[in-house]
Design a binder for this molecule. Structure first.
Ligand code: FES
Ligand code: FES
Length: 156
Protein backbone atom coordinates (compact mmCIF):
# COMPACT_ATOMS: atom_id res chain seq x y z
CA UNK A 1 0.00 0.00 0.00
CA UNK A 2 1.17 3.49 -0.82
CA UNK A 3 0.00 6.44 1.24
CA UNK A 4 -0.48 9.58 -0.84
CA UNK A 5 -1.53 12.95 0.50
CA UNK A 6 -3.18 14.93 -2.26
CA UNK A 7 -4.83 18.31 -1.76
CA UNK A 8 -4.86 17.74 2.00
CA UNK A 9 -6.48 14.29 1.86
CA UNK A 10 -4.62 11.07 2.53
CA UNK A 11 -5.33 8.04 0.32
CA UNK A 12 -4.13 4.46 0.55
CA UNK A 13 -3.41 3.12 -2.93
CA UNK A 14 -2.85 -0.47 -3.89
CA UNK A 15 -0.40 0.37 -6.68
CA UNK A 16 3.11 -0.33 -7.92
CA UNK A 17 5.55 2.05 -6.17
CA UNK A 18 7.28 2.54 -9.52
CA UNK A 19 4.11 3.87 -11.15
CA UNK A 20 4.15 7.55 -12.15
CA UNK A 21 2.25 9.86 -9.82
CA UNK A 22 0.35 11.16 -12.87
CA UNK A 23 -1.42 7.82 -13.33
CA UNK A 24 -2.39 7.67 -9.67
CA UNK A 25 -3.82 11.19 -9.80
CA UNK A 26 -5.80 10.66 -12.98
CA UNK A 27 -6.77 6.97 -12.91
CA UNK A 28 -6.95 6.17 -9.19
CA UNK A 29 -8.09 9.49 -7.72
CA UNK A 30 -10.02 10.93 -10.68
CA UNK A 31 -8.08 14.19 -10.63
CA UNK A 32 -7.99 14.71 -14.38
CA UNK A 33 -7.01 18.39 -14.32
CA UNK A 34 -3.36 17.29 -14.48
CA UNK A 35 -2.59 16.36 -18.08
CA UNK A 36 -0.42 13.85 -19.88
CA UNK A 37 1.63 15.46 -22.63
CA UNK A 38 4.97 13.80 -23.34
CA UNK A 39 5.52 11.41 -20.44
CA UNK A 40 9.21 12.33 -20.43
CA UNK A 41 9.54 15.55 -18.36
CA UNK A 42 9.73 17.64 -21.54
CA UNK A 43 6.46 19.59 -21.75
CA UNK A 44 5.22 20.51 -18.26
CA UNK A 45 1.58 19.53 -18.87
CA UNK A 46 1.68 17.21 -15.85
CA UNK A 47 3.10 19.76 -13.38
CA UNK A 48 1.92 19.47 -9.77
CA UNK A 49 3.39 20.76 -6.52
CA UNK A 50 5.26 18.31 -4.31
CA UNK A 51 6.11 19.85 -0.94
CA UNK A 52 5.45 23.24 -2.51
CA UNK A 53 7.79 22.83 -5.48
CA UNK A 54 6.75 22.21 -9.09
CA UNK A 55 7.33 18.62 -10.16
CA UNK A 56 6.64 16.65 -13.34
CA UNK A 57 4.19 14.01 -12.19
CA UNK A 58 4.84 11.87 -15.30
CA UNK A 59 8.34 11.07 -14.05
CA UNK A 60 7.75 11.21 -10.28
CA UNK A 61 7.16 7.72 -8.96
CA UNK A 62 4.72 6.89 -6.18
CA UNK A 63 7.73 5.77 -4.15
CA UNK A 64 9.07 9.34 -4.26
CA UNK A 65 5.66 11.00 -3.84
CA UNK A 66 4.60 8.93 -0.81
CA UNK A 67 4.50 10.90 2.42
CA UNK A 68 4.85 14.26 0.64
CA UNK A 69 2.35 17.07 0.35
CA UNK A 70 0.99 16.89 -3.21
CA UNK A 71 -1.09 19.67 -4.64
CA UNK A 72 -2.91 19.55 -7.98
CA UNK A 73 -4.80 22.20 -9.91
CA UNK A 74 -8.01 21.01 -8.21
CA UNK A 75 -6.57 21.81 -4.78
CA UNK A 76 -4.94 25.18 -5.52
CA UNK A 77 -5.89 27.79 -2.98
CA UNK A 78 -4.59 30.90 -1.28
CA UNK A 79 -4.00 34.49 -2.42
CA UNK A 80 -1.33 33.71 -5.03
CA UNK A 81 -3.43 31.00 -6.69
CA UNK A 82 -6.44 33.31 -6.66
CA UNK A 83 -4.48 36.18 -8.21
CA UNK A 84 -3.00 33.93 -10.90
CA UNK A 85 -6.31 32.33 -11.82
CA UNK A 86 -8.08 35.72 -11.86
CA UNK A 87 -5.39 37.24 -14.02
CA UNK A 88 -5.52 34.25 -16.42
CA UNK A 89 -9.23 34.80 -16.82
CA UNK A 90 -9.05 38.56 -17.30
CA UNK A 91 -6.31 38.28 -19.93
CA UNK A 92 -8.00 35.36 -21.71
CA UNK A 93 -4.78 33.38 -21.59
CA UNK A 94 -6.25 30.02 -22.49
CA UNK A 95 -6.60 28.77 -26.05
CA UNK A 96 -7.18 25.00 -26.28
CA UNK A 97 -6.41 24.69 -22.57
CA UNK A 98 -4.45 21.47 -22.63
CA UNK A 99 -1.22 22.85 -21.19
CA UNK A 100 -2.83 25.36 -18.89
CA UNK A 101 -3.12 23.54 -15.59
CA UNK A 102 0.63 22.87 -15.80
CA UNK A 103 1.25 26.51 -16.69
CA UNK A 104 -0.81 27.72 -13.74
CA UNK A 105 0.92 25.33 -11.32
CA UNK A 106 4.32 26.61 -12.50
CA UNK A 107 3.19 30.26 -12.29
CA UNK A 108 1.81 29.88 -8.76
CA UNK A 109 5.00 28.21 -7.63
CA UNK A 110 7.06 31.02 -9.16
CA UNK A 111 5.08 33.79 -7.42
CA UNK A 112 5.00 31.95 -4.10
CA UNK A 113 8.80 31.87 -4.13
CA UNK A 114 9.40 35.23 -5.82
CA UNK A 115 6.50 37.72 -5.55
CA UNK A 116 8.08 40.28 -7.95
CA UNK A 117 9.80 38.33 -10.72
CA UNK A 118 11.39 40.24 -13.59
CA UNK A 119 10.81 39.24 -17.24
CA UNK A 120 13.92 37.04 -17.33
CA UNK A 121 12.91 35.28 -14.11
CA UNK A 122 9.42 34.64 -15.50
CA UNK A 123 10.86 33.25 -18.73
CA UNK A 124 13.28 31.07 -16.79
CA UNK A 125 10.63 29.68 -14.43
CA UNK A 126 8.17 28.99 -17.26
CA UNK A 127 10.65 27.71 -19.87
CA UNK A 128 9.85 24.04 -19.20
CA UNK A 129 6.12 24.48 -19.83
CA UNK A 130 5.31 24.19 -23.51
CA UNK A 131 2.17 25.49 -25.20
CA UNK A 132 1.28 24.26 -28.66
CA UNK A 133 -1.10 27.20 -29.03
CA UNK A 134 1.76 29.62 -28.26
CA UNK A 135 0.00 31.53 -25.50
CA UNK A 136 3.42 32.50 -24.09
CA UNK A 137 3.01 36.28 -24.35
CA UNK A 138 -0.33 36.21 -22.53
CA UNK A 139 1.08 33.88 -19.86
CA UNK A 140 3.94 36.31 -19.25
CA UNK A 141 1.53 39.27 -19.04
CA UNK A 142 -0.82 37.40 -16.71
CA UNK A 143 2.01 36.54 -14.32
CA UNK A 144 3.13 40.19 -14.32
CA UNK A 145 -0.42 41.38 -13.62
CA UNK A 146 -0.92 38.83 -10.85
CA UNK A 147 2.34 39.99 -9.24
CA UNK A 148 1.24 43.65 -9.42
CA UNK A 149 -2.12 42.79 -7.94
CA UNK A 150 -0.56 40.85 -5.07
CA UNK A 151 1.89 43.70 -4.37
CA UNK A 152 -1.04 46.13 -4.25
CA UNK A 153 -2.89 43.83 -1.86
CA UNK A 154 -5.88 43.65 -4.18
CA UNK A 155 -8.19 40.63 -3.97
CA UNK A 156 -8.17 38.19 -6.92
S1 FES B 1 3.68 14.89 -19.51
FE1 FES B 1 5.08 15.27 -17.92
S2 FES B 1 6.43 16.75 -18.70
FE2 FES B 1 5.18 16.21 -20.40
S1 FES C 1 -3.43 26.54 -24.68
FE1 FES C 1 -3.33 24.95 -26.18
S2 FES C 1 -1.49 23.91 -25.68
FE2 FES C 1 -1.43 25.66 -24.44
Amino acid sequence: MIELTVNGETHELDADPGMPLLWALRDHLGLTGTKYGCGAALCGACTVHVDGRPRRSCVTTLRVAAGKDIRTIEGLQGPVAKAVQGSWERLNVVQCGYCQSGQIMAAVSLLEGNPRPGPAEIDDAMSGNLCRCATYARIRDAIGKAAEQLAAGEPG
